[in-house]
Design a protein around this ligand. Structure first.
Ligand code: FAD
Length: 481
């Protein structure tokens, strides 16, 4: 690869959901991108994640994919835990006030098709085994199917290579944390009796079980028995799954025909940094946590949405000073918050100490969270409640997520489909000019006087009340060059 091409190329390592979204975004923005994947090409039907939250659906909507994904599963509006604690997702201020239950492979299929159509170069059976970087680029050692190692060079590399990330190791970052659940099982089964709800969850005594409908006749069962914690490689059979499910849910719904049974343990870990020089980490390579709350895939997709437009801006030469650094300052605290909240849920579910059991009893007795606590929990679980740090003195909306507001020409998440910033201006503003490759100008459908500069990932970059044209121009220059 010659120097010029290298300068404009990004290599994404790992074709899980995080890598697929990121690579697709970069290619859509016109950046040459290669996706390296160590496995042969095959999207597994043995899904891990099965819950897609509101903020992820909004990001998919901004890419024209949400409606297609919605057609693959069922939605639920109420989440229940510890018998009586309920969260009503129906009150979310989002176009998607629910949780979509669909297997992870449906998300991957959609993202892969989009990435291919956008021109991503896919290289399967390509395992990253080494990495070096210098001031101008990054060199990867990639082992192919025949065992030979070739060198590939790029301007930037993103390690979206999961839990055991080779990229993370190669840039010298550790992955500190603890094991939160020592022994869980997973099974995909058919049921003779159909559960009343799309998602059924309960814990009783030492057992916990959850059943989710994939909507195509298959059900995911996840559970544990605190009195039977064994290593991941101890064989598991359907009788054990049935037994734990009956103890936790009162019935096993006539489970049969398991297509997949597996044991695993769940860790809680986060890389201390998400970037070293020209190399970034995203998704499970950067953070992993318990499956409680269904946050892993969702958080990885949000990482990708945050990083992709910044990398595109850097490669295309219009990124303001410091923009790439904001990936870590924005996403690392979110990763930490997700670790804390999903870990908290698991600790309550597994409560053994009298103090924790008392907290759980109190939470259950209250039944429904109210006011700010409820809003905070809903915002965290759905992902719509996160905001990014704003500079001192900035407008109060800076850094917040923008909902799908009505515009004269349609709605915001349609306007974001170009992958550009969207300026929602109260007056006719003619400043798009030379920036039309990275800016769309829209008007409010209402007579609102706020000017909002919305980033490609749907967060406010800048806002002002009734600004004059010079102020808008200054903001555009600061953010878009
Ligand atoms: C039981 C279970 C239930 C879950 N439920 C949910 C849920 O409901 N909601 C949710 O949001 N999340 C959930 N998760 C988590 C979710 O599955 C992960 O967070 C998600 O898959 C992470 O995506 P990723 O793209 O970051 O990494 P991965 O999906 O792990 O993809 C990484 C890819 O990198 C490839 N790779 C690895 N090393 C290399 C290398 N050296 N070179 C090249 N390629 C490499 C791998 O083959 C893999 O394809 C669950 C997880 C489990 C285990």
């Amino acid at each position: 690869m010659n120097g010029t091409a290298t300068h404009r190329t990004v290599i994404v390592v790992g074709s899980g959901p995080t890598g697929l979204l990121l690579a697709g975004d970069l290619a859509t923005a016109g950046v040459p991108v290669t996706l390296l994947e160590k496995r042969p090409h095959k999207i597994s039907n043995l899904s891990r994640a099965f819950g897609v939250h509101a903020r992820t659906l909004e990001q998919l909507d901004a890419r024209g994919l949400a409606d297609r994904l919605l057609a693959t599963g069922d939605t639920i509006t109420g989440l229940r835990a510890f018998d009586r604690l309920t969260l009503d997702l129906g009150t979310l201020e989002s176009r998607f006030p629910f949780l979509l239950i669909t297997p992870q492979y449906e998300v991957e299929r959609l993202l892969e098709r989009r990435a291919r159509e956008a021109g991503v170069e896919f290289a399967y059976e390509s395992e990253v085994v080494g990495l070096r970087q210098d001031a101008d680029g990054v060199e990867l050692e990639v082992r192919g199917a025949d065992g030979t190692v070739a060198v590939r060079r790029a301007a930037y590399v993103v390690g979206a290579d999961g839990h055991h990330s080779a990229v993370r190791r190669a840039i010298g970052l550790d992955f500190p944390g603890v094991s939160v659940i020592k022994s869980l099982f997973l099974a995909d089964v058919r049921l003779t009796e159909r559960p009343e709800d799309v998602l059924t969850v309960n814990g009783a005594g030492d057992c916990f079980a959850m059943i989710a409908s994939f909507g195509d006749g298959w059900y995911r069962v996840m559970g544990w028995n605190r009195r039977h914690e064994v290593p991941d490689d101890v064989p598991i059979d359907l009788d054990e799954v049935k037994d734990v499910t009956r103890r936790a849910l009162g019935t096993d719904y006539g489970m049969h025909d398991a297509r997949w049974l597996s044991r695993f343990h769940s860790d809680e870990r986060q890389a201390p940094r998400y970037r070293v020089g020209r190399v970034f980490l995203a998704g499970d390579a950067a953070h992993i946590h318990s499956p409680a709350g269904g946050q892993g895939m969702n958080t990885g997709l949000q990482d990708a949405a945050n990083l992709s437009w910044k990398l595109a801006a850097a490669v295309q030469g219009w990124a303001p000073e410091g923009l790439l650094g904001t990936y870590e300052t924005e996403r690392h605290p979110v990763g930490r918050a997700v670790l804390r909240s999903s870990g908290g849920l698991v600790r309550l579910a597994r409560a053994q100490s009298p103090a924790l059991r008392a907290v759980r009893a109190l939470v259950s007795a209250v039944g429904n969270l109210v006011g700010p606590a409820r809003r905070k929990a809903l915002g965290q679980i759905s992902g719509i409640g996160y905001r990014y740090p704003a500079p001192r003195g900035a407008h109060r909306l800076t850094g917040t997520r923008v909902p799908d507001v009505a515009l004269k020409g349609g709605r915001l998440y349609e306007a974001l489909r170009g992958g550009r910033f969207v300026l929602i201006a109260p007056e006719a503003y003619e400043g798009q000019g030379a920036r039309e490759d990275r800016l769309t100008v829209e008007r409010w459908a209402s007579d609102r006087r706020t000017a909002l500069l919305v980033r490609p990932d749907g967060y406010v970059a800048w806002a002002a009340e009734s600004p004059d044209a010079a102020a808008v121009e200054r903001a555009l220059t600061a953010h878009l060059g």
